[in-house]
Structure formats: C-alpha cells, structure tokens
Design a protein around this ligand. Structure first.
Ligand SMILES: [Zn+2]
Length: 327
C-alpha cells in the first residue's frame, strides 16, 4: 500500500487512483495516533504526503518469486551469470571452437539442450495425477548439450559452475570482479547455501526477497532511495537476521531510507522510529497504536507489542538505531 502511494507521488504519470482525500499521511510519523490507517482491501485514502522531494527512487523488496519457471535463478537474476559466460567464452577451448558467451546460455538455442530447451526439467504427464516436472532424460538436468559441456573453465564445465553454492563459488570466481561482487552481497544477506543455478521455483519467498536485496546492494549506492521490505526475516536463522540488519543499516548509512514491516523484535528494537499498528492482527488491526523511538513505544500501555519490545531492548540493541519500522 505504501509502495503504491509513494510510487504514485514519485511517478505521477503512472499513478493509479491512489491519492486524494483528506486522511492521515502515511509517511508522517506524527500522525494522529487514533487515525484509521485505512481498511484492508478497501479503497485507499491518503492525505498529503510530504517530504518526497528528498527521495528520487522507490525500491520495493518483496517476496514475490524472482521468476516463475526453472529458467530463472539467482545467477541470471543478479547478473553474475553474464560474467561467468564471458569467462567461459574467453577460454582457449571456447575460442578454438568459435563459442561466444551466448553458447553458454541455457535460454537461447546453440549451447543448450534442445530436449528441455535449457530448463533441465521436462513436464511429466502422469496418468490420474497432476503433471509435474522431472529431470530431462537427454541432459540429465545439466541444461546443456555435450559439446558445450566439453568446455571447462578452471576445471569445471558451465553446468558444474551452476551447481556450486554461493559460498563455493565465492572462492572459485574470486578472480572475476563482477561475479565476486554479487557473490559477496549474496553471502552478506545469508544466502551462501543456495546453488547458483537453483531454479526460482525452488526458492522460498524470503529467499527471493533476499536475492532482490543483494542485487540492490551490489549496485552503486546513490542515496535518496526509499526501500520497502515486508517481513524480511521470515524463515531466517537468528544469526542471519543480524547479517540482514547489518545490510539494512548499510543502506541507511549511505543516505537511504528503509521502511520495514516486521514482527521480529530484534529488528524493531534496532529501528530509528516505530509505528505500531494494531490493536490485533488482520481485520482487528490497522490502527496506529503507538509511534516513536523503540524506547518510547516499549513504554506504551496501549501496545501489545510493548512488553516484547521492552525485553528486546533490555537484551541490548545490537545496532545503531537508524531505521523506520512498522510492526
Ligand atoms: Zn535437457
């Protein structure tokens, strides 16, 4: 919802019918504490939004898949596979055969397996059962034709490189700056265990979201961007929550604003400003119960979150408080 409002203001040409009316400003932290924050699923009414001249870019880092077929994976999404394909094309073996970088793509004809068209999987029709995917009988899931797989880079063919985890690839591709940069940010958001070629269809919403965040982090930081994240800690190991927080703080330190919807109290405790929505979840929520710094919200008698936030604050904030968070 916030994304629609801010996006509409930042790009008025593309604005939907989101802005009008005379209600509470969604980005004004001093808004009336009892104001209705908008009915879920109902028409959106938003008052004047101020301060947008401070922003020049809106980035929604959501949990939608990075692709809907096995053809998409983190290597293609982050762009690191472009660098890998160039390295393969630059080998003596590839040059002797006249193989360019496109030969090492599984998305175009040439180097890929044509039986599965580079997906590595084929649709399997099962009698009496819904269809599903099975490994390709021709390339056995490697996605490539045998001639392409004969070319190796530092002892591995392109399918084997796609089979590496992010952690393993960080060592293997350390000498390829464009790939190394992507791999570093992927590790920083706690995704070192994923395989480069792991199909998008196998990734959780939280993993997809962190791939998007990593892709954003690897870009040159210009500041003045507003990042919106919806529960980025979902499914994350506690140790990785800290990693993620460090990355969000990096965005803030670079002059950006980060707004996070979150229930994880360690994240809320590390925010610069908290907007507590309640009093309960779903249809029973949607009102601003308390706003302020984490310490102020933790003392609120109206907030059901307050005791948990107080406990998290007492356990010790692990980071500087510089983010805006709603819970
Ligand atoms: Zn195949």
């Amino acid at each position: 919802m916030l994304a629609e409002v801010v996006g509409g203001q930042l790009h008025p040409d593309a604005a939907a019918d989101a802005q009008t009316a005379d209600r509470t400003s969604l980005v004004n932290p001093d808004a009336d504490a009892d104001a209705d924050a908008g009915e879920l699923g109902g028409p959106l009414t938003v008052g004047p939004v101020s301060g947008l001249e401070q922003l020049d870019r809106l980035v929604t880092v959501d949990q939608k898949p990075i692709g809907r077929t096995p053809r998409s994976n983190l290597a293609t999404y982050t762009g690191l596979f472009d660098a890998v394909r160039k390295e393969f094309a630059a080998t003596d073996e590839a040059r002797a055969r006249g193989f360019g970088a496109g030969r090492f793509s599984f998305n175009v004809a040439g180097g890929r397996c044509e039986t599965c068209q580079g997906e590595g999987f084929v649709a399997v029709e099962l009698l009496f059962l819904p269809g599903s995917y099975g490994p390709c009988p021709e390339c056995h899931g490697s996605r490539y034709n045998p001639e392409t797989l004969e070319v190796t880079y530092r002892g591995k063919n392109v399918a084997e490189v796609l089979g590496l985890t992010v952690n393993a690839a960080a060592g293997f591709l350390a000498g390829v700056p464009a790939a190394a940069r992507s791999l570093k940010t992927l590790r920083e958001v706690g995704l070192g265990y994923l395989r480069l070629g792991q199909p998008a269809t196998e990734l959780s919403g939280g993993e997809a979201q962190r791939i998007k965040l990593a892709t954003e982090l690897q870009r040159a930081q210009r500041g003045h961007s507003l990042y919106l994240l919806d529960e980025p800690t979902t499914g994350l190991h506690p140790a990785d929550v800290e990693l993620l927080m460090a990355q969000l703080h990096r965005l803030v330190d670079a002059g950006n604003t980060v707004v996070v919807v979150e229930h994880e109290m360690d994240v809320v405790a590390a925010a610069g400003w908290v907007i507590d929505l309640g009093p309960a979840g779903g249809d029973a929520g949607g009102r601003i119960v308390a706003t302020g710094t984490p310490a102020v919200v933790a003392r609120s008698t109206k907030s059901r979150t307050a005791p948990y936030l107080a406990a998290a604050l007492q356990a010790g904030p692990r980071h500087e408080k510089t983010m805006n968070i709603t819970s």
